[in-house]
Design a protein around this ligand. Structure first.
Ligand code: ATP
Ligand code: ATP
Ligand code: MG
Ligand code: MG
Length: 878
């Protein structure tokens, strides 16, 4: 077996609209191509031995053991690889269930599709599955040690990619609420929502978090001074920079016991509490010095450690943090008890689990000594033995939820204090013997205020109720349901995507909104080009959706991007499908026009249920997409008598129809005429029917988004794409005695579309300079030849500079074959070089003729034409 290609999908895709995270592996079964599993001696046994848990896979029989039954009875290796890849991820703790396997048009080559949670793990699982199956085929087994290594590696991928418990909690809540999120390129920034409605977060800081608030909170001394001035209870203390000042500082705070800590530390680093002697104080000073230049000396307050989380002015959770400890059992030593505690599967490294493993440090031994123990002591049954002085979760502490116990006065105080510091999200560290009594009564203090407080202790306390603190953050950032989104309009089809996208963007601009749009020519925001290039994939969509100025996104969505990585968004408000015609067949395992239709259908299906799929009623494959989408349907048609559209309107549907020379919206009993086609420059005076169709689609997409008829009309009438804006889209040049037309048409449907315009050219001869991209199939060239014979009076057949792997002359030969098949009397010649061919066409042009050039390089063609003295560029004008 050999893996030919691995692709990673991240959005709605050809295989599934709902499952976005899929790996697609193109797998050549090679010598196993014709050998089902039952014909491979020992395979079934070897597989069951390696992965007995495959028993849990149902597969088509629909019951436990169903998949293994298929293996025993005989199934192809691609299918087995799929199940093994899923199971490996499952064994590494990543729950995935979706998989598909299909043979491609090339016998023996399969597409194996598997779900993933973590991209790298998914790709790894695909490769490991192939390795595992191959090993069982070759040797009857897969070594246990290797399987264990695979699973460990998968676990590592998953852990390394983890965004941390607080961010995970936020993302989970966002997903639950249908708020889109993306990880940005730097600084672990997370974007929630799209465009102008986005918010950013970094851990638990938001873009509402004040930098002044953060800096104040990080300066413990300043925080205490501000709070003391406001009458809030804070530890009595002072800050020193030299050991010489230590004695005086201790006196100032009222003598032992004291606390020594670095001025700007966190996670409990460098802190020593409950210091009772000068020796301890000196050692503690040195330890704090490792972390910070300035050192805080504070009175030590006896009490329990609490974290009070305030979000948007409200206390949303209170946790008591209990320092790392063990409980004696009368038999084991402290060292043994620590080891035992750390075996708890809930304890991980750092922040990646509910709890963190206990590790001892300098203060631990001191603490043990004070309790009269060493690591080898055996504490009596039931005694608690503390191992860390501070209660940070990251040093092995645990958390008890106390949200329901906090005294109302403390609640008020906490909320007021956070307001004083000036933070939208903050965690207060409060030391008090009893949080259910006012701090003032029990000599409790606010030790510090934390910006970016961790959520782990609240969402997963060791004891008590988990609190949905991320929910409070979402309520703050997105007060109502819709406020995270911007309208997304996605446009696909075989031909006309760029034109329709640009027109739709232009129509939408009439509403005064900032429109971001992507096309094959480039990415634009408002009136400006952001980036030129073929930008029809998910990355370009992300650029628009990440832009904080964009109010509406109009996205040309081409097949390549959908195939490569899926859509760049979860669902659109409007999905437009213009047409499906034979083009690019045989590329990317899309071999038939029906497969192509299934691919384009992704755009119609990935639409919100209250959104619209805008479908071409005149194209049966597009119209049929109405069956597959859950969205509302809106049809456009060039045929005022369309039966499909008539019924649709009768049922209360909306449509755009070309009737009596008008582009009209029909809804219920009413026909809203937008404009006469001949007044719309794009339609070239009504002579280019396919442009009318594109304009209908764009108008309808805008209409279902509540753009008014007046705004649509204004857009249609003012959309004048110049040659520089839309090179290669029906660029018509007046050369005095004759005209030249440059267009990108390179497949049958677009030849026909251009042909409809050319046939309307009745003043003189029609000369075609034609060809097609070399990577298309032989029969496609024959078709182009046949069409050309029916459109032109004289044909010059040329080829692209880049033949895309085809022998020079072959494409031209096939086109000529097509010409001869339908019209042997046609006049034609073959000039393979594009420049020469164009020049020949222009040289020979008789008066009043039209020279139609369908070039590989539009820029070169336009240059050649301009070199001849253009009188007027009539692109999209009457
Ligand atoms: P974190 O990152 O967990 O917030 P930190 O490094 O910022 O910790 P502090 O919050 O100042 O440090 O102190 C850590 C813990 O030490 C407190 O939560 C509290 O339990 C204890 N502590 C600090 N100062 C005092 C004090 N003056 N009296 C009693 N306990 C204290
Ligand atoms: P690409 O796949 O190259 O990005 P596209 O779908 O974006 O193409 P446009 O750039 O808008 O299409 O148009 C390219 C050409 O396709 C036009 O110049 C015209 O020849 C033809 N065309 C445009 N609209 C249609 C249509 N609705 N039906 C058939 N052909 C069309
Ligand atoms: Mg703290
Ligand atoms: Mg395009």
């Amino acid at each position: 077996m050999r893996i030919l290609k691995i692709q990673t999908l991240r959005g709605p895709n050809y295989w599934s609209i709902r499952r976005h995270k899929l790996i697609v592996m193109r797998l050549d079964l090679e010598n196993l191509a014709e050998t089902p599993s039952n014909e491979i001696p020992g395979f079934y046994e070897g597989l069951v031995e390696a992965l007995p848990s495959l028993e849990g896979h149902y597969c088509s029989p629909g019951c436990r053991g169903g998949f293994l039954m298929r293996v025993r009875e005989g199934t192809m290796m691609g299918h087995i690889v799929e199940h093994v890849a899923l199971e490996l991820q499952e064994l590494a703790g990543m729950h995935v269930g979706f998989g598909r396997t299909r043979e491609t048009a090339t016998p023996g080559i399969y597409q194996v599709v598997i779900e993933y949670l973590n991209e790298e793990a998914g790709r790894y699982a695909g490769r490991a599955a192939v390795r595992l199956c191959q090993s069982i085929v070759d040797r009857g087994r897969y070594p246990k040690a290797e399987l264990e290594q695979d699973i460990q590696d998968l676990k590592d991928f998953s852990r390394d990619a983890s965004l941390g418990p607080s961010t995970e909690a936020i993302i989970k809540e966002a997903e639950k609420r249908g708020i889109p999120w993306m990880a940005l390129e730097a600084r672990f920034l997370i974007q929630l929502g799209y465009g102008v409605n986005q918010k950013r977060m970094q851990a638990t800081m938001t873009d509402n978090t004040s930098i002044l608030g953060v800096e104040l909170a990080c300066d413990k001394e300043a925080t205490k001074r501000i709070l003391a001035a406001a009458g809030a209870p804070v530890p009595r203390g002072t800050t020193i920079n030299f050991l010489d000042d230590l004695e005086e500082a201790i006196e100032y705070v009222g003598g032992y016991p004291i606390v020594i800590k670095p001025l700007d530390g966190n996670h409990g680093r460098g802190i020593t509490i409950d210091i009772r002697t000068w020796e301890e104080a000196e050692a503690a000073y040195e330890a704090a010095r490792q972390v910070s230049r300035s050192i805080i000396i504070e009175r030590y307050y006896v009490g329990r450690d609490h974290r009070v989380l305030v979000v948007n002015g409200k206390v949303v959770a209170v946790a008591e943090r209990v320092p790392a400890h063990i409980i004696g059992n009368g038999r084991s030593t402290i060292a043994e008890l620590i080891e035992e505690t750390n075996l708890d599967p809930n304890r991980g490294e750092g922040h990646d689990n509910v709890l963190t493993k206990i590790e001892l440090d300098r203060t631990s031994y001191q603490l043990l000594e004070r309790q009269g123990y060493t690591l080898n002591s055996v504490p009596p049954k039931g005694t608690i033995c503390y191992l860390r002085a501070t209660a940070n979760l990251s040093t092995g502490g645990s958390a008890v939820d106390r949200t329901d116990e906090i005294h109302p006065e403390n609640l008020w105080l906490a909320q007021r204090v956070v307001k004083i510091i000036g933070l939208d999200i903050a965690g207060l560290d409060i030391v008090t013997s009893d949080i259910s009594r006012p701090l003032r009564e029990v000599d409790g203090v606010i030790v510090e205020v934390n910006a970016a407080p961790g959520f782990r202790m609240h969402v997963a306390p060791s004891v008590g109720i988990p609190r949905n603190v991320a929910g409070a953050v979402m309520d703050m950032l997105f007060p109502n349901e819709q406020s995270s989104q911007i309208p997304i309009l996605s446009v696909t089809g075989t031909n006309g995507k760029t034109t329709t996208t640009r027109l739709l963007a232009h129509i939408y601009k009439q509403t005064g909104k900032v429109v971001g749009y992507t096309t094959t020519d480039g990415t634009y925001i408002g009136d400006y080009l952001v980036e030129s290039g073929d930008n029809t994939g998910p990355q370009s969509a992300h650029l628009i959706l990440q832009d904080p100025t964009v109010e509406v996104a109009v996205l040309e969505t081409a097949r390549g991007g959908i195939l490569r990585s899926g859509l760049g968004f979860e669902a659109a408000n409007v999905g437009v499908v213009l047409n499906v015609a034979a083009d690019h067949l045989g590329i990317g395992d899309i071999d038939t026009i029906d497969q192509l239709a299934n691919l384009k259908s992704v755009v119609a299906e990935a639409v919100f249920p209250d959104g619209y799929a805008v479908l071409n009623a005149d194209d049966r494959r597009v119209a049929a997409m109405s069956e597959k989408t859950k969205a509302n349907i809106a049809y456009f048609t060039m045929n005022p008598d369309s039966e499909l559209v008539r019924k649709h309107i009768q049922k209360g549907g909306v449509a755009a129809v070309y009737e009596n020379g008008y582009l009209s919206i029909v809804k219920g009993d009413w026909t809203h005429r937008i404009e006469r086609a001949e007044n719309i420059p794009l339609t070239m005076g009504g002579r280019a029917p396919f442009m009318i169709a594109n304009a209908l689609a764009a108008s309808l997409a805008a209409f279902v988004q509540n753009v008014t008829i007046e705004q649509i009309r204004a857009g249609l009438k003012t959309f004048r794409a110049s040659v520089s804006q839309t090179p290669g889209r029906m660029n018509l040049f007046n050369l005095g005695s004759y005209h030249a037309l440059v267009d990108y048409a390179h497949n049958a449907a677009s030849y026909e579309a251009v042909g409809a315009f050319v046939r309307n050219w009745t003043t003189g001869q029609r000369i075609g300079v034609i060809g097609g991209p070399g990577d298309r199939r032989d029969e496609d060239f024959v078709t182009l030849g046949k069409l050309a014979a029916q459109i032109f009076d004289y044909i010059i057949v040329k080829e692209d500079d880049d033949t895309r792997g085809r022998p020079r002359g072959s494409a031209a030969q096939l086109i000529i074959q097509g010409i001869n098949e339908v019209k042997p009397e046609s006049r034609y010649e073959s000039i393979l070089d594009e420049t020469q061919a164009i020049n020949k066409g222009l040289d020979m042009a008789p008066d009043n003729s039209l020279v139609v050039i369908l070039p590989e390089s539009v820029n070169r063609a336009i240059k050649l034409i301009r070199g001849r003295g253009v009188v007027k560029e009539e692109t999209h004008q009457q």
